[in-house]
Design a binder for this molecule. Structure first.
Ligand SMILES: [Zn+2]
Ligand SMILES: [Zn+2]
Ligand SMILES: [Zn+2]
Length: 87
């Protein structure tokens, strides 16, 4: 189960469309791996408009372009910023 409340592997997209990094709110990246197949990690359908579930290793950070999960582990682009997922 993702933090968004949906079950991974049975949902086409995450419910959280935005992420707050520091004081700024970004739209989550939806073109990480656009091939119309299920994501090997979080199970979403990879196509434009669909968002990976929280903690998926395929999602890119909207701020720095690296893996978002590494920004999560290091607290937001290595800067120990506040991070929150939002609808
Ligand atoms: Zn989700
Ligand atoms: Zn994924
Ligand atoms: Zn980042």
């Amino acid at each position: 189960m993702c933090l968004c409340g949906l079950e991974m592997g049975k949902s086409d997209s995450c419910n959280f469309k935005r992420v707050k990094l520091g004081k700024k709110i970004y739209n989550r990246v939806d073109d990480s791996f656009d091939d119309n197949k299920r994501c090997h990690d979080c199970g979403i359908l990879n196509k434009k408009g669909n968002i990976h579930h929280v903690f998926c290793d395929m999602e890119k950070c909207p701020k720095c372009g690296r893996q978002l999960i590494s920004c999560q582990i290091f607290g937001g682009c290595d800067a120990k910023e506040y991070m929150e997922f939002m609808k």
